[in-house]
Design a protein around this ligand. Sequence first.
Ligand SMILES: [Zn+2]
Length: 707
Amino acid sequence: MKEKFICKSIIFLLLFSVGGCSTCNNKARLEKEYMGASYPSKPLNAAKTMRVKRSLHPMPQELRISDRSYEIPAGECALKSSPGASPKEKQIIDAFKEKWQAEYNVPLKDNDGRLTIIAGVVKNSPFLQKAADNGVFDAKYLSEQPNREQAYNITTVANNGKLMVYVAANDNAGLHYGLLTFKQLLNGLSKNQELTLPHCRIVDWPDIPERGVMRGARTDVQMQRMAEMKLNVNHDWIWMSVSSNRVISYTGNSYGRGNRDRFLAGERNNIKTIPHVVHMDYLFSDGRGMEKFPELAAAGKTGERIYGSESGRTFCYGNPKTQEVMDQMFAAIAKADLGDRLAVEMGESPTCCHCDACKGDARKHYINEIKHIMHAYQKARVINPALKMDIVLTQATQPHNYAILDFIPKDVGVIIYAGNGPNETYKTTFGEYVLTPQAEEIVSRGYKTGVWVSYGPALLWNDIIFPTYMSQFTKLRMSEIKDRGLYYGLGWMDSCFNQELNIEAFAEFSWNAGGRTDAEFIAAWSQRKNMAEPDKVAQVIKTLEYPIWAMASGMRTRTMTRSVERMVSLLNGENPKWGPYFEILNGFEYHNNEELIRVNKKCDEAVTLSKELKSNELIASSLLVKQWVAIIERYAFFLESKDPEKKKAAREDIIKLSSHLPKLCKNWIDTQQLDESNYKASQGGLNAVMKEFERLKNNPIESLHLK
Ligand SMILES: [Zn+2]
């Protein structure tokens, strides 16, 4: 394909005479013909070209911007679609016209204008077919790109006093993405209704076919934002309820907004909303359903029911009734009319059923579980024959995955959860490739395979108490998913619009893992946010990512509160409740105190640079991260030091440093647009952490038994 691209590039150079092609004999003639000699153009310098590139999100796979641009009033633009367009195609074009009207306050005309956009699916459009025949773009090359249904081509042509833009796609999804990119091309240099279009050509397609998030969009506006980022799936946790006469029904999604409205909102935005079962045996959310089906609950080692307790939360798959109940659950989902997709996570209970039939055999437990799921799925397909399912393998199934696969037909997708839980079966370590080798094996067995990437508890639970910038992490994970030929790239950030850099990084690198460096991505992101000096912003955020991710890893005890509980217990000479879960500084991932001193200094650089930038958000972020790093540094010193006096001093330092956290955290929260539930979560998280630090004050230093 690379060779072919070079050939096409030569044709492209000939046709469009990209700046720098000084060896081309025909340059002058071609410029006259194609570069706007008969249409007024303006030079595009390097800085402006950079602005245009940074307005593109995600970065297209193949992009050539010439050294010319055109200026057109928004009111003089038109879109010409084909009479043969399909209903979905028409809907995409109408949506684009609506957006145009909303943004520029003038309609996008039909047919011809000073700028005419010819947009559509090639096979339905004689205009695009003719353009392809004339060599304006290469329809065959476009049709051969990966994930072709999502691929598109944009070509500008300035000729005979007319300016044309061809947005050509193989299918509807590609048309949707092509129009989004065209709009982004205008965003870079336009001022209000005075549009500036760079002369360019783009051929683009996504690296990963299905890109989306778990519990991502909570509102329709967020759904639209996801669509604008070219994400195409949104998984929604769903719950079941049971009536008093044991009839199971679909309750709704995790935001209490069930039924078809979510599904339809997704449809409107070209996003598949996928009902997602969070662990098969968790479906009766808090165990209330189990009161109606006591016979299903697994038995503990001494025969006690363990459903809903800390030691386990699972079904007994040895009980013949279990299948019946699961069939009912799947039937209820199929009847809820939520589209043709379903994702089912297998169990993750620390204890399996110990009844006489199950005997606590984990392998047997998970094989039985998958058999039950497949049976229920086949029965649900009687209700909805189009229903497709993806199985999500968990940390608990990991040792048995190959055995489980034997019971999964090839038309069912397989998704691996890459979290950072206690079992450490799949890691989310910073800075290295970590995806389990099982992924490639599962691909080679013929499954559509994917990974759920966990963004760590800092973006999941009640610990929104420090910033999480994860662009490098995202680039690494998405590169890995692409390199291993996986079909689904999914992220778990809850909610993904809290600290939006992460969802934008996810959208960027799941579409094009190799297009930008993470620093270039951050610079582009900050330009889109109208921040000053994007390259310096990138420097600050890149500096902060390493300490931030290490802090997030430190929360593998689930929450920062637990990590701080452990820290305070050790500082107080008590036995910690949580751990010893991770040896290195309770999982804060720094191997020694010296490294922390270095990290602390890097945070100083971030603070200084943020102040130069006068960015309130970055100042607040870097001061807060620095404070946490300073605390962890003193903690590491305390653990390493043998000198009782120095240990006492370090402990005093932690008391002092932690007392500033509430103010620093508040300053940072004030720069964030948290929704109400996330705001409450951040307050709750901070209060809980501070309560732990309070225990340091209440414990007189003299009473410590310092070794
Ligand atoms: Zn059992």
